[in-house]
Ligand binder design. Structure first.
Ligand SMILES: C[S@@+](CC[C@H](N)C(=O)[O-])C[C@H]1O[C@@H](n2cnc3c(N)ncnc32)[C@H](O)[C@@H]1O
Length: 338
């Protein structure tokens, strides 16, 4: 019953081959959904899963007006607008070169991280929280193996998969309020046949230990429920001596990350003085920290790199991002906690 192109499955069901499991995971619009609680994921994401892309700008704008500001539809369109502009806007001939915020700031972060990485370990790469996927395509330029972009936002993954399968970017670009202009343009990337996009939880990855030679976590730590679990998973799936690029503006938000799980951002009386940078460094320093990420080692860091996102024609967010390049130690020292 699967729907295929010459080299991809666009719709189908993956079935776990373990006879004691036989878990089913759907592939929808080319995106495998491999999450621990599939029922919960599907019921929470049924709107983007069933949403369609064939409606005209006029009809979409009428639907947008009916749903109104702050609705789920509005929120999906805002996310698509912000991230698709930053990831692919430099390929849109309709974009002006003297716009107040130029697209491509995440590409600069990736480039900066890659220059700090020792590329000796061969193997696949994982782009954690890939959003609409441009950084996964960029990784394909330098990595001669599989690149998996993972995210939980189905609307963004579908956009990424459509670019992969059809070579076209199509997205609603927010102008003002709930007014969005449909943008569409071609995008082709060298090595894109090595790229795939999956719906997976970056705090509970469905991959075996040591599956990847490289991991990127760009602006994701402060967007997950548990930053610590995310970093543990990143360390678990990396091969020995594999490298990772981690960056974040530490823009903590309790609607996404409970304050108890923030890395810093509170407890300014503590040794780390509430600084997220110090907290992350101390987790990566090994030693006696009860939560030390023993398998990861800090190689280099940049304190404050610009990352700018566009909200609408007259609104932008400028962040300063802390970027770290880390490596997985070849053998983890024994745990200090008995
Ligand atoms: C701030 S955006 C950064 C996107 C992209 N890396 C960039 O820098 O442009 C954070 C991304 O993490 C994704 N995300 C949040 N929680 C996640 C989780 N548990 N697993 C996978 N992705 C997640 C969001 O959907 C979003 O696409």
């Amino acid at each position: 019953m699967s729907k295929k192109t010459h080299d991809s499955i666009l719709e189908g069901v993956l079935v776990c081959s373990n006879a004691d499991c036989l878990g089913e995971y759907p592939i929808i619009d080319g995106v495998p959904i491999v999450v621990a609680d599939l029922r919960n994921y599907v019921s929470q994401n049924i709107i983007p899963i069933l949403s369609r892309s064939d409606l005209s700008e006029t009809t979409e704008s009428l639907l947008g007006d009916c749903c109104g500001p702050g609705s789920a539809f509005d929120s999906y369109r805002q996310h698509l607008s912000t991230y698709t502009f930053d990831h692919y806007g430099n390929l849109d001939s309709n974009e002006s070169e003297d716009a107040p915020v130029l697209p491509g700031s995440v590409l600069n972060l990736l480039k900066q991280g890659l220059t700090g990485l020792d590329k000796k370990v061969g193997g696949a790469a994982i782009d954690l929280g890939c959003a609409v996927g441009r950084t996964s395509f960029e990784l394909a330029r330098t990595i001669d193996d599989l690149i998996i972009g993972v995210d939980l936002n189905f609307a963004m993954l579908r956009t990424a998969a459509a670019i992969l399968h059809h070579g076209r970017v199509a997205y609603p670009k927010r102008r003002v309020g709930i007014v969005f202009d449909k943008r569409e343009f071609a995008a082709a990337f060298e090595g894109s046949s090595k790229v795939d996009f999956w719906a997976c939880d970056a705090t509970l990855l469905p991959f075996a230990d040591e599956s990847f030679a490289l991991a990127a976590s760009l602006n994701v730590i402060d967007c997950v429920q548990s930053p610590y679990d995310h970093l543990k998973e990143l360390g678990r799936v990396l091969k020995a001596n594999g490298g990772a690029i981690i960056c974040a503006p530490y823009d903590w938000n309790v609607n996404v990350t409970p304050a108890e799980t923030w890395l810093g951002g509170h407890s300014q009386r503590s040794e780390s003085r509430g600084a997220s940078e110090n907290m992350l460094r101390s987790l990566l320093a090994g030693g006696e920290h009860p939560y030390a990420l023993q398998e990861l080692e800090l190689i280099s860091e940049s304190e404050a790199l610009p990352w700018s996102l566009r909200l609408h024609d007259r609104s932008f967010m400028n962040y300063l991002v802390h970027l770290l390049v880390v490596r997985k130690r070849s053998s983890s020292p024994p745990s200090l906690i008995s």
